[in-house]
Design a protein around this ligand. Structure first.
Ligand code: KG4
Ligand code: ZN
Length: 340
């Protein structure tokens, strides 16, 4: 089965062609640049840009895979969570293509897609495992007993990990998105420059909280003043990144203990951070745990992960007659798609 995947949940317009026999045939992502000047995603600009980009991206992705629409057997598209205007563009195009061609389609949960991204390069990966989803909008620990079965163990109480990177990046004048810029800057810095605190959530050991860390960086930046901040930019980046990674590793290890996990699956844009992956691998080595992490292009938003998750549902016979995009959408406890 050849599946066309479409992802437009935030500011990346992406398409992919995935074949259940031969794997990923092609994928393209167009990261919108119009948001850079605003230091964050402007929803109205995002949906307008998706409208302009989506059809050329799909055309180029099919071309790169050496297939045409005649070869496509099904369409998989992100139905949520995300920006509603952005999701509407992808789901409308998917439904139009499916209707015009008489193809089955399936709506995919964006976070489920991020988890499935690991399967693209590690076909041997099988549940049970613990997934740490770290993206611009989510920081979640998920007990994955089986594909399609998700139990939320921990969540952030305020900022997501990626959001903290983006806000601190903006504070340090490193631009948007902050994650890759902070990682580059931190590589030259001293992580022991400042011991930033990360809050623990009272009574909920598997929850995260990053707004206090963000505020701690702001207080230091304001106290230091522009010239000292410029002089110690790399050290501030490294200290912030170290504190955030330490909190992520520490809380994840508590979840490992609570469910007796033997495998940890990292997912989402922040999993592109090499210092983070290194920290997890070092910690896992001591406990004989296996860590899975996708390569960078499959960590950040892409349609290959949507097509891959879609193929799981489609091969199980789960299709959707129509797809209603949903901005706030919890991970399904089981893989029933009847409310799609
Ligand atoms: O998964 P993703 O592409 O989109 C969402 O679903 O949100 O994640 C985007 C987030 C942004 O906050 C970005 O700053 C962060 O991932 N990110 C990184 C890195 N690359 C992207 N954070 C830390 N280090 C990176 N190398
Ligand atoms: Zn994402």
């Amino acid at each position: 089965m050849t599946i066309l995947g479409i992802e437009t949940s935030c500011d990346d317009t992406a398409a992919a062609v995935y074949d259940t026999d031969s794997g990923l045939l092609s994928q393209l992502v167009s990261s919108q640049t119009e948001h850079t000047a605003f230091g964050g995603v402007v929803p109205e600009l995002a949906s307008r840009a998706h409208t302009e980009l989506i059809l050329p991206i799909i055309r180029q992705t099919l071309h790169k895979a050496h297939v045409t629409l005649n070869d496509v057997d099904a369409v998989a598209v992100t139905r949520g969570p995300g920006l509603i205007g952005s999701l509407l563009v992808g789901t409308s195009v998917a439904q139009a293509l499916a209707a015009a061609r008489g193809l089955p389609m399936v709506g995919v949960h964006h976070i489920e897609g991020h988890i499935f991204a690991n399967r693209l390069e590690n076909p041997e990966l099988e549940p049970p495992f613990l997934a740490l989803v770290i993206s611009g909008g989510h920081t979640q620990l998920v007990d994955v007993a089986d594909w399609g079965c998700y139990r939320l163990l921990g969540n952030t109480r305020d900022d997501a990990a990626g959001e903290a990177f983006d806000k601190v990046g903006k504070m340090l004048g490193l631009g948007y998105p902050g994650g890759p810029a902070i990682e580059r800057s931190a590589a030259q810095g001293d992580s022991g420059f400042i011991d930033f605190p990360v809050a623990r959530v009272k009574g909920d050991p598997l929850a995260f909280s990053f707004s206090g860390l963000k505020t701690a960086v702001r207080v230091v930046v304001e106290k230091m003043g522009a010239s000292e901040v410029a002089e110690h930019l790399e050290d501030l980046s490294a200290s912030f990144q170290y504190a955030l990674i330490k909190a992520l590793v520490g809380t994840t290890m508590k979840a490992v203990e609570s469910i007796g996990a033997q495998q940890i699956v990292l997912a989402g844009g922040v999993a592109a951070n090499t210092a983070l992956v290194r920290a997890f691998k070092e910690r896992a080595h001591r406990s004989a745990l296996t860590i899975y992490n996708p390569s960078v292009k499959f960590c950040t938003d892409n349609a290959a992960m949507i097509a891959r998750a879609g193929s799981f549902h489609l091969t199980a016979g789960r299709t959707s007659e129509s797809i209603h995009p949903v901005a706030r959408l919890p991970l399904p406890a089981s893989s029933k798609l009847d409310d799609a």
